[in-house]
Every structure is written in structure tokens, then in C-alpha cells.
Design a protein around this ligand. Structure first.
Ligand code: NDP
Length: 248
């Protein structure tokens, strides 16, 4: 099993939930983690926590929708470590509402963060991986990137885009550049993501779901990422569909 000690990872959406849990997990495995998000106060707290347990973290103030901010963050991390071995495209939004409410601003924000954000970070990091002839890109899709749920229509569209992009990217960069691509497709995870739901009926529906089952924790996703990253180089876990046991 390849040792991750001394490797570098860029993790977007590291200020909470799945991203923060993965930053902690990779840092424990000896990876220097570039922790990227907009809420730098959260990143400061995470960095302190990681360093207290002997890990290394570099704060990257980054809005994944802003190409200049992404490129500056990537340059800062590469200047500090010389390389980026792992990219975790994880930043995302889920402000759900029915289509006939026409919350078009929310639709646009989801497309911007969930799709364009992934393209922006990938295009900034990939040249470094191609030059190094190695790398591992993880993209957070969702169960909503495998099937469609009413009330989650635009969110599902963005996550289906990530599933498609991940598969195509894997085919294009695997053989040619020795870069692995893993698409993570979680079911319900207990994070702040649900707090952004603006439609009270859908929010209540999600709260009911939470009462019905034990949600996954961010750490459950982090563990699978660590597992995939530590697989031998000839093994690419192309898709990881990870669900709460009680979720159908
Ligand atoms: P959180 O709300 O806890 O985390 C979302 C993260 O995205 C935050 O760190 C936030 O940071 C970041 N983010 C949002 N907008 C931007 C932006 N413009 N630029 C940079 N960072 C941004 O939710 P989760 O941890 O649950 O979500 C992580 C990913 O997992 C998302 O892609 C989500 O769609 C996906 N997912 C979640 C599931 C769940 O049930 N929770 C299930 C399946 C997939 P900040 O605001 O500081 O910028």
C-alpha cells in the first residue's frame, strides 16, 4: 500500500463537513493539506487542530467560482510544497426548492459552485499533475449524481454533470498521464449542507429523513478517500457509492 507521507493535497470546501473531515484524515496520514474555502476563520481553527496533532496544513482563501482566486491558491500551495498529488474537488451547495418557485439565483449558484468550481480547480491543478506524470483527483458527486429526486432537480443536474465529468476525465488522463480519478457518490451525510435549503417543505422532508435513519458522518467519507488514495497505483477506484445502511 503506497505511503501518503510527504504528499500534498488540495481540498476544496475544507471549512466544514466532508472537506474538513478529509483534511484531518489525510493530515494524520502525513499529507500536507492545502485547505481551501471562503470562511478563513474556520480554516484557521482547522489548521490549529491539525497542527496540534502533528500534521501540516496551509490555508488557501479560495472561491472556486473565481478563476483568479483558484489560480492564486494553487500557486501558493505549489510554491510551498512543489507539487499537488491529490485534488479533492469537494466544495458544493444544495439550496433546494421546486422548479416552479423559479429561484433562479439558487440554480445559478449551484451550477457555478458544483460544476464550474470543479472545472476551475481541475484546470488549475491538472497541468502540475501532467508534468509530474502522476496524481489523484477525487470529485464529490452524490447519490443525486446517480438518480434524480423531485425537489432536487437542479442539484441532481449538477451532480450528474460531475459523475459524467469524472468518468470522461478518468478515461482521458488515466492511460495518457498516469492520473487516477475517483468519483465519490455519498448518500445522506450529517453536515451543514442541509442548512441552506430555502424551501420549508423540502427542509422539513430532509429533517424527517434524518429522524428515520443514522446519517453518514464526514469521517465515513474521509476514510474511503484515504482507502482509495492508498490503493496501489495501478488501482483506480473509479466510483465510490457510499450510503447510510438505512437509506434506500
Ligand atoms: P458543507 O456545507 O459542510 O460544506 C460545503 C463546503 O463547500 C464548505 O466548506 C464551503 O466553504 C464550501 N464552498 C461553498 N461554496 C464555495 C465557494 N464558492 N468556494 C469555495 N468553497 C465553497 O457540506 P458537505 O460537507 O456535506 O458538502 C461537501 C460536498 O459533498 C458537496 O459537494 C456536497 O454537494 C456533497 N454531498 C453532500 C452530501 C450530504 O448529505 N451532506 C451527500 C452527497 C454529496 P465556505 O462557505 O467557507 O466557502
Amino acid at each position: 500500500m503506497p505511503n501518503l507521507n510527504g504528499k500534498t493535497a488540495l481540498i476544496t470546501g475544507a471549512s466544514s463537513g466532508i472537506g474538513a473531515a478529509t483534511a484531518r484524515e489525510l493530515a494524520q496520514a502525513g499529507v500536507t493539506v492545502g485547505i481551501a474555502a471562503r470562511r478563513t476563520d474556520r480554516l484557521e481553527t482547522l489548521k490549529t487542530e491539525i497542527e496540534a496533532t502533528g500534521g501540516k496544513a496551509i490555508i488557501l482563501e479560495m472561491d472556486v467560482c473565481d478563476v483568479a482566486s483558484v489560480e492564486a491558491g494553487v500557486a501558493k500551495l505549489v510554491d510551498a510544497t512543489g507539487t499537488i498529488d491529490i485534488l479533492f474537488n469537494n466544495a458544493g451547495l444544495m439550496p433546494l426548492s421546486d422548479i416552479d418557485q423559479f429561484k433562479t439565483d439558487e440554480w445559478r449558484r449551484m451550477v457555478d459552485v458544483n460544476i464550474n468550481g470543479v472545472l476551475n480547480t481541475t484546470s488549475a491543478v491538472l497541468p502540475h499533475m501532467i508534468a509530474a506524470k502522476s496524481g489523484h483527483i477525487f470529485n464529490t458527486s452524490s447519490i443525486a449524481g446517480r438518480k434524480v429526486f423531485a425537489g432536487l432537480t437542479v442539484y441532481c443536474a449538477t451532480k450528474h454533470a460531475i459523475t459524467a465529468f469524472s468518468d470522461g476525465l478518468r478515461m482521458e488522463v488515466g492511460k495518457k498521464h498516469n492520473i487516477r480519478v475517483t468519483c465519490i457518490q455519498p448518500g445522506a451525510v450529517a453536515t451543514e449542507l442541509y442548512e441552506q435549503i430555502s424551501d420549508p417543505a423540502i427542509k422539513a422532508q430532509m429533517e424527517d429523513l434524518r429522524k428515520e435513519m443514522t446519517f453518514l458522518e464526514g469521517n465515513d467519507i474521509a476514510n474511503t478517500i484515504l482507502y482509495a488514495a492508498q490503493a496501489p497505483n495501478h488501482v483506480d477506484l473509479a466510483e465510490i457509492f457510499i450510503m447510510p445502511t438505512q437509506q434506500s
